[in-house]
Ligand binder design. Structure first.
Ligand code: NAD
Ligand code: IPM
Ligand code: MN
Length: 361
């Protein structure tokens, strides 16, 4: 099979971690008889440096013509990078929001799994992590606060800023359906997270989620307020199967969930629309503090590439091979610095990619 993959290396650690994921994909290609045809795309700071804007319309069109896009991460240090002297609509993050909207990538899947081998890197107590845990965060990605009207005005000499949070019932229905469909393939439980005790958008969210649930009688649905969810994620993460939530809550809760799996460097993600196309990226950022040092954890990006093989190409066997290789490397005690614990062997980004690729035979 020929896999036409758009590649956004991005900024900061982006190029380092994407290079390792491509190495693993090439090894999969070699072993299973596929060819990966990569199309390099510029987004974020890397695009600003060349085109003056974080994402051109031509790049969006080229991305659309690919079967899937693999991405590192974009952005820089807001204090020191010249990109943040530009107006907000021209900064790196605006490119990411533009591509999500342009490709209609409304469903963001972030699987938070505590590997048995990584218990030592998890900050939670052993009695909480016993037996590991495995949850899927389903984050709505093209609505809510990120895409509402926003402005800053001056009234009577006082600055005032507005960001509006809007959802219509169709936007809620399509992500809820996706959440229930995924729950049907897992442990059949959906925790819908909102702030229905305060927000109208959350009350509509809850109503529509309940309507969708009627079509899935086998799935247990519970509603949870977002503040409680933030607490429950560290008190008892095992209770969660699918967490279904809106854009901003999903952003925050997924970073929290990543830490209970050991590190943000472990959290993969897939952003999907109604077709087989998807954009696959680690959930974390460009980590400017460690960029260029060769110490970033490439596993989230490698696991995102596995998600790409599974969702966009239906290559389940190949995706399994990557996931097993990651498990094996962790079992053998190899760790990047972010997941390092006593008695383990510390290695860098490139060695981690080499080892994982080496296990795919
Ligand atoms: P961040 O996720 O980049 O970093 C937070 C912390 O986690 C840092 O200490 C970093 O070193 C560490 N970290 C992140 N990924 C790691 C990895 N793979 N291995 C080891 N350690 C890792 O968040 P931030 O510092 O708030 O943001 C930095 C920039 O990234 C900002 O410009 C932000 O807008 C951008 N960002 C981009 C994306 C994306 O492209 N999808 C996601 C989040 C943040
Ligand atoms: C993420 C990131 C982005 C988001 C930023 C960089 C715009 O934090 O993918 O989680 O908030 O969605
Ligand atoms: Mn985030």
């Amino acid at each position: 099979m020929n896999l036409k993959i758009g590649v956004i290396k991005g900024d900061g650690i982006g190029p380092e971690i994407v290079t390792e994921a491509m190495k693993v994909l090439d090894q999969v290609g070699e072993v299973y008889g596929h060819t990966c045809e990569y199309e390099q795309l510029l987004m974020g700071g890397a695009s600003i440096d060349v085109h003056g804007i974080p994402l051109t319309d031509e790049t969006v069109e080229t991305a659309k013509a690919c079967d899937a896009v693999l991405m590192g991460s974009i952005g820089g240090d807001a204090k020191t990078s010249p990109w943040y002297k530009l107006e907000p609509s021209k900064r790196p993050e605006a490119g990411l929001l533009k591509i999500r909207k342009a490709l209609n990538l409304f469903a963001n899947l972030r699987p938070a799994v505590l590997y048995d081998e990584l218990k030592g890197a998890c900050p939670l107590k052993e009695e909480i992590t016993e037996g590991g845990f495995d949850m899927m965060i389903m984050r709505e990605l093209t609505g809510g606060l990120y895409f509402g009207e926003r402005k800053t005005v001056e009234e009577d000499g006082v600055l005032k800023a507005y960001d509006s949070l809007t959802y219509n019932e169709n936007e809620i229905r399509r992500i809820a359906k996706r959440g229930f469909d995924i729950a049907m393939k897992r442990r059949k439980k959906v925790t819908s997270v909102d702030k229905a005790n305060v927000l109208d958008s959350s009350r509509l969210w809850r109503k529509v989620v309940e309507e969708v649930a009627e079509d899935y009688p086998e799935v247990a649905l519970e509603h949870m307020l977002v503040d409680n969810c933030a607490m429950q994620l560290v008190r008892d993460p095992k209770q969660f199967d699918v967490i279904l939530t809106e854009n901003m809550f999903g952003d925050i809760l997924s970073d929290e969930a990543s830490m209970v799996t050991g590190s943000i460097g472990m959290l993969a993600s897939a952003s999907l629309n109604e077709t087989k196309f998807g954009l696959y990226e680690p959930s974390g950022g460009s980590a400017p503090d460690i960029a260029g040092k060769g110490i970033a954890n490439p596993i989230a990006t490698i696991l995102s590439a596995a998600m790409m093989l599974r969702f966009s190409f239906d290559l389940d066997k190949e995706a399994d091979a990557i996931e097993q290789a990651v498990s094996q490397v962790l079992k053998d005690g190899y760790r990047t610095i972010d997941i390092m614990s006593e008695g383990k062997k510390q290695i860098g980004t490139v060695e981690m990619g080499d080892l994982i690729a080496g296990y795919i035979k």
